[in-house]
Design a protein around this ligand. Structure first.
Ligand code: V47
Ligand code: SF4
Length: 403
């Protein structure tokens, strides 16, 4: 294992603070971080505009290591995408009705999806993540039955499914309010809501890239109802397209406010805009430096979020490793090859599979501690001192029973 060049939390930040050339406004923010104080909206924008990579990294890593030390979380999950067709027309999405012809699409039936779940029988996965396009046949009765059947088949498998985009659509069709709808999903076996559909909340941008689907207020209201049931969810931000820095801060501000109210969010996941196979292919993608700066600002701004996640399949394994020094403490799961939406959009990983062994090594190689978690961040296995036998190569390594 080799350590990347990294100072202890605090030490690096102290060095930054002692730099006589540090502008007064950035110094004030660094002092706030050191004292565990919340930064303002304007300070968030300032970080994006003026914060250099090393400075932001020092602040974000300080927070990351104070909260989690070297712990780096991942989980073992698999994805089901019910369909790659969608009634909506998000400009960044390769599932949009204007991009995709029906003949190119798939629309899985309930039985097909249950067979996908059964394929993992005996495998030590802890979560199924269900998300895809929006079509009328996938309605409240359909998803209630799907969740109930998955739960009946494998009660301990956590169902993380659908976003407020789907929930808003299906509840409206069923003429039920959000509270009633979320309660029905809860009773059917839904475990948590993934972070998708958030994009950029500000209407100025949302209107242009994700017109017609649920608004920011609706997205937030559905999460709020879900949190009221004592349940947890994630939040994303699709960045690096036509938005400006202050739109990103506005987005995080709205999340921070709801989190103050409910405490129900677990993880914030910045999603880098990828430009292939969509209507925004003319928009350049952000650089890796910008991606790292963005993780760092998110870690600093969202002081009431426990976790910042990098979705490694989307940004490459190397950037995921680097991100661990910029506030990230979670690098998602050991995906198999069922996640199509990102490979179609031009993700680094066209076949984003990574075995547990590979993921553990990736984390250890940059001097961090790999912790397998379940969806709710209970520790499943601490791999810090775990040695894999050389010959092990399967997709999911079966662990000895550890109590
Ligand atoms: O909302 C679609 C994004 C999201 C593109 O909660 C794109 O654990 C980049 O939310 N470039 C859905 N992104 C996926 C999602 C997610 C992913 C991983 C983990 C979790 C979690 C949630 O995918 C959409 C949209 O923002 N997306 N197209 C694109 N071209
Ligand atoms: Fe449909 Fe979601 Fe794609 Fe928008 S981002 S077109 S809602 S699948």
């Amino acid at each position: 294992m080799h350590k990347v060049l990294r100072m202890e939390a605090g030490e690096n930040l102290q060095t930054i603070l002692q730099n006589p050339n540090l502008p007064a406004d950035l110094k004030r923010i660094a002092e706030k971080v050191l004292k565990n104080k919340r930064i303002t909206f304007d300070e968030g924008v300032l970080l994006y505009e003026k914060g250099e990579l090393c400075y932001l990294g020092a602040l974000a890593n300080h927070i990351r290591e104070k909260r989690h030390g070297d712990k780096t979380y991942f989980n073992r999950n698999f994805h089901i995408e019910p369909t790659n067709l969608c009634v909506y027309d998000c400009k960044f999405c390769s599932y949009s009705r204007l991009i995709k012809q029906r003949s190119e699409g798939w629309e899985y039936t309930m039985d097909e999806m249950l067979d996908m779940v059964k394929k993992y029988d005996g495998e030590p996965v802890t979560e199924v993540h269900i998300v895809g396009g929006v079509l009328p046949q996938y309605d409240v009765p359909f998803y209630s039955e799907l969740f109930s059947k998955i739960r009946a088949h494998r009660p301990e498998l956590h169902i993380k499914a659908l976003t407020p985009v789907e929930y808003h659509y299906i509840f409206k069709k069923a003429k039920i309010d959000y509270a009633t709808g979320m309660r029905m999903m809860f009773d059917a076996g839904l475990g948590s809501i993934p972070g998708g559909g958030a994009e950029i909340f500000h209407p100025e941008i949302r209107e242009q890239i994700a017109k017609d689907k649920c608004t920011a207020d609706q997205w937030l209201a559905i999460h709020e109802e879900w949190h009221k049931l004592g349940a947890r969810s994630n939040a994303t931000m699709l960045y690096g397209h036509i938005e400006q820095y202050w739109h990103r801060v506005h987005h995080m501000e709205r999340l921070r406010q709801l989190q103050d109210k409910t405490g129900g969010f677990q993880t914030f996941i910045p999603l880098k805009f990828r430009r292939e196979n969509n209507q925004m292919s003319h928009v350049p993608e952000t650089s890796v430096i910008e991606d790292l700066r963005n993780y760092a600002v998110a870690r600093i701004y969202l002081d009431n979020f426990d976790h910042i996640k990098a979705y490694w399949a989307m940004i490459s394994r190397t950037t995921a490793q680097l991100s661990l020094n910029f506030g990230v403490d979670d690098i998602d799961g050991t995906l198999d090859d069922t996640t199509k939406i990102y490979s179609m959009a031009g993700a680094e990983e066209q076949h984003p599979g990574m075995s547990t062994k590979q993921l553990v090594e990736l984390i250890k190689h940059v001097g961090r501690q790999p912790i397998e978690r379940d969806t709710l961040y209970n520790v499943v296995t601490d791999y810090t001192d775990f040695e894999f036998p050389d010959e092990v190569k399967p997709q999911f390594y079966k662990l000895p029973v550890i109590n």
